[in-house]
Ligand binder design. Structure first.
Ligand SMILES: C[S@@+](CC[C@H](N)C(=O)[O-])C[C@H]1O[C@@H](n2cnc3c(N)ncnc32)[C@H](O)[C@@H]1O
Length: 417
């Protein structure tokens, strides 16, 4: 399906100038004590969970993401693999076929604040090699994500309820854990207390591969329609608490530049405003949506400017709700094996090659033995025939090539009789 993709429908600068001439009216700021109380309740977790319990399907699938962030196509299988029927791509043979058809290692994505998968699920469909770790503050959203995944997708997604302000989820917590090729932070940071923004970016940075892992960021910009229409409680210049109690912060490109620098992330694609103009035909009005978009990268060596709230702190009990776990533990053993084998995307290819060669060698050896046993009976009086079957098996630790050679010799000898 071709996704129509808008990102520059109007000039953000001219739009803001126009608003200032009109006199943009925003609700008054709450005073300090009231603001602190409302903020604590908005970021505690229960508000988002109630939101997902109440709303059915609040977000449409974000099918535009890979058009917006080509970085998300990292590790896309080769065209030859993608030309295979979907059932083959999703079969137990997919791992072997990926290697044979020259596909890159299966990439690992980290979806922070995944909700019920509006961003993740379309990406899984687009890339049958993609594996993901996903977390969200709301156990209900995570349960909805799990429930919506089929067996194949479930076997490659590990998701759990998790508060990202408390540090990395267990999948990334150990120093030796596999790191992600790409992370997405899509409409999530706006729901987090602004005081924790740098810490969250630092935490995500730790989950990325040094020198190559990228963070794709998209969120609401200041003067977005939803901010201008807001009659909700206002906690800061651009921070609101919606009627349902969830937090909505609105960003500027300067905010993102400052946050990236403070978190020690390299700017791969400079923060910019994306503008989308939607038309309400019934009312005959235009809706001006404004977003901030950027791509950041973890540098090879971490060089973080000092920050007392450094993101490396890992709260002991950060699990929210049911403690999560691996989704799809009921998947087939082959799927489970392929996920386990690819727990390190780098080593997956290194391991898959020899395994594949080993299987082929043993198959060839087996065929050689059967062929030799089934060889035609010798004619009477043919004294030279019927030499004993000899399969010169190499030692068990021998490389696949040695098994191949032995199998070929036996086959050759069998054919010669
Ligand atoms: C506007 S929704 C976006 C959901 C999803 N990223 C998407 O694109 O549809 C914001 C999400 O952030 C989650 N969230 C808010 N604070 C969080 C936190 N501290 N840790 C993890 N997730 C959080 C919420 O539960 C909610 O699912």
């Amino acid at each position: 399906m071709t996704v129509k993709f808008h990102e520059n429908d109007f000039s953000y600068v001219e739009f803001v100038e126009e608003l200032s001439k009109e006199g943009e009216v925003l609700p008054p700021l709450l005073d300090g004590t009231a603001a602190a109380r409302v903020l604590a309740s908005a970021t505690g977790g229960t508000k988002w969970d109630s939101f997902y319990k109440r709303e059915s399907d609040p977000y449409k699938p974000r099918r535009y993401l890979s058009a917006e962030f080509p970085e998300l196509l990292v590790g896309l299988p080769s065209p030859a693999f993608l030309a295979l029927p979907t059932w083959v791509q999703r079969s137990g043979a997919a791992g072997v076929l990926r290697t044979a058809l020259g596909c890159p290692p299966p990439p690992l994505l980290f979806d922070v604040g995944c909700g019920y998968g509006s961003a993740l699920v379309p990406l899984l469909k687009e890339n049958p090699s993609l594996r993901a770790v996903a977390c969200d503050l709301s156990p209900t959203a995570v349960a909805q994500l799990r429930a919506g995944l089929d067996t194949f997708d479930a076997a490659r997604v590990r998701c759990r309820p998790w508060d990202i302000t408390h540090g990395l989820p267990p999948e990334f917590a150990a120093a030796e854990s596999e790191r992600a090729d790409v992370a997405i932070l899509v409409f999530t940071l706006s729901a987090v207390d602004p005081a924790a923004h740098v810490r969250v970016l630092r935490t995500i940075k730790q989950a990325l591969k040094p020198g190559s892992g990228v963070l794709c960021f998209r969120d609401r910009a200041e003067h977005d329609l939803t901010m201008r229409r807001s009659r909700n409680q206002r906690l800061g210049a651009a921070t609101f608490v919606r009627e349902d109690g969830t937090l909505a912060h609105y960003f500027t490109v300067e905010d993102l530049e400052r946050l990236a620098a403070a978190a020690g992330l390299e700017v791969l694609e400079k923060p910019r405003y994306c503008t989308v103009k939607l038309h309400n035909r019934r009312k005959g009005t235009a809706m001006h949506r404004c977003f901030v978009h950027c791509v950041l990268r973890r540098p090879l060596a971490d060089d973080e400017p000092g920050d007392p709230a450094a993101g490396r702190t890992r709260a002991a009990a950060s699990v929210v709700g049911d403690g999560g776990g691996v989704v799809g533990s009921g998947g087939t053993s082959l799927q489970a094996a392929s996920v386990a084998a690819s727990s390190d995307a780098g080593s997956a290819v290194v391991q898959a090659g020899p395994l594949w060669a080993w299987r082929l060698s043993f198959a060839a050896a087996g065929i050689a033995v059967v062929a030799a046993l089934l060889r035609p009976p010798v004619a009477a009086g043919d004294a030279g025939a019927r030499r004993p079957l000899f399969f010169p098996a190499p030692s068990l630790g021998a490389p696949p090539a040695a098994w191949f050679a032995a199998a070929a010799r036996t086959l050759g000898a069998g054919a010669g009789r």
